[in-house]
Design a protein around this ligand. Structure first.
Ligand code: 3PG
Length: 328
């Protein structure tokens, strides 16, 4: 009987692994498509505050329609849920608009190279603001991440300060988003898909007045006319594609967050950036100097090293806790 139980367990584990693999592959593919259409739109229509708003609006509409038509079950939420969602939504809004502003100013690949430094921000925020401490090797693993990003930044041929700062602000905001959402999702019965839907809706409400204040209808109307004249009716499809794919990739990423630990999630996110960096360099013919590519490679390798160390650390903590439980 034991062998049968073990067999069943192995089969369940294999099925789970396949499921997560499918989530990851879908997430990365959707993200690559989003990044390409987003940049195509921004090249012709440099209004990142509006494109960010449209992405959130499109996702919110898709989910409201899915709930109304019962394609998806609407979540049962209370005031408490929306209250704990608020800080997550503020951080999500800032991180999203900052990344889009960055991509409107620099190459997609550059934004994502800087964004691969997110784990370094996570450790720094946890240490300085939350008072957490990590073993020395974890801090040391930040050196290649920071050094690699810095090397990529100083050797970037089309460097732009707003583009660089946008990606840095996005990193910081997303670290807070992850910290807040871990707290908010704990013990809640809302699924990853619906959690992200509610997050989009709240972010949309937060972002809309700022988009009007920073850019506004006059700029949008003039820019839209120019883009349509330049690109033709296809431009409308590009805007639709960037908005739909933005929602889909985030939805799938939140669905996979339901199944895996935040640590596995962040490794998946870094691997996602490799596919975005490589595909956008090919599609947009982005000029890359060898030393620039070296910086990106060091930063990404540093992220892997960092995640491996955190895994070891987690394993060690569990091992020690088990030892202590046995001793008592
Ligand atoms: C955005 O627009 O929100 C960014 O492209 C997000 O980047 P990320 O989901 O790859 O961190």
């Amino acid at each position: 009987i034991n062998i049968e139980v073990l067999d069943e367990q192995a089969r369940l584990e294999a099925a789970q692994r396949i499921k997560i693999g499918i989530y990851f592959a879908t997430w990365w593919a959707l993200n690559v498509v989003f990044n390409i259409y987003n940049k195509k739109v921004l090249n012709a229509f440099p209004y990142p505050w509006l494109t960010s708003t449209l992405s959130l609006a499109c996702g919110s509409l898709m989910m409201l329609v899915s709930w109304a038509t019962r394609i998806a079950d609407a979540p049962k939420t209370d005031l408490d849920f929306w209250k704990t969602l608020f800080p997550v939504a503020v951080a999500h809004t800032i991180g999203h608009v900052a990344a889009t502003v960055s991509m409107s100013k620099v190459a997609v690949s550059f934004t994502h190279i800087i964004k691969s430094g997110e784990p370094a921000f996570s450790v720094l925020v946890s240490s300085f603001l939350l008072g957490e401490t990590f073993p020395v090797p974890v801090y040391l693993s930040l050196l290649p991440i920071i050094g690699g990003c810095a090397l990529a930044a100083v050797t970037e041929l089309n460097f732009n300060m707003i583009g660089f700062m946008g990606a840095m602000i996005s990193n910081l905001a997303f670290v807070f988003r992850n910290i807040f959402s871990k707290k908010a999702m704990k013990g809640k019965s809302v699924s990853g898909m619906n959690y992200y839907a509610c997050l989009s809706m709240m972010s949309l409400l937060i972002l809309t007045p700022f988009a009007f204040a920073v850019e506004g209808p006059q700029m949008w109307a003039a820019g839209w006319k120019t883009a349509l004249a330049q690109i033709g009716p296809n431009f409308v499809w590009w805007v639709a594609a960037q908005s739909i794919f933005y929602h889909l990739y985030n939805q799938v990423s939140y669905m996979s967050l339901d199944q895996i630990s935040p640590l596995t999630f962040s490794v998946g996110n870094t691997m996602k950036r490799i596919s975005v960096i490589v595909s956008s360099i090919i599609i947009f013919h982005t000029p890359v100097q060898p030393v620039n590519a070296l910086g990106a490679a060091i930063a990404i390798l540093g992220t892997f090293l960092y995640s491996q160390l955190l895994w070891l650390l987690m394993g060690w903590k569990i091992y020690r806790a088990m030892g202590m439980a046995e001793a008592s």
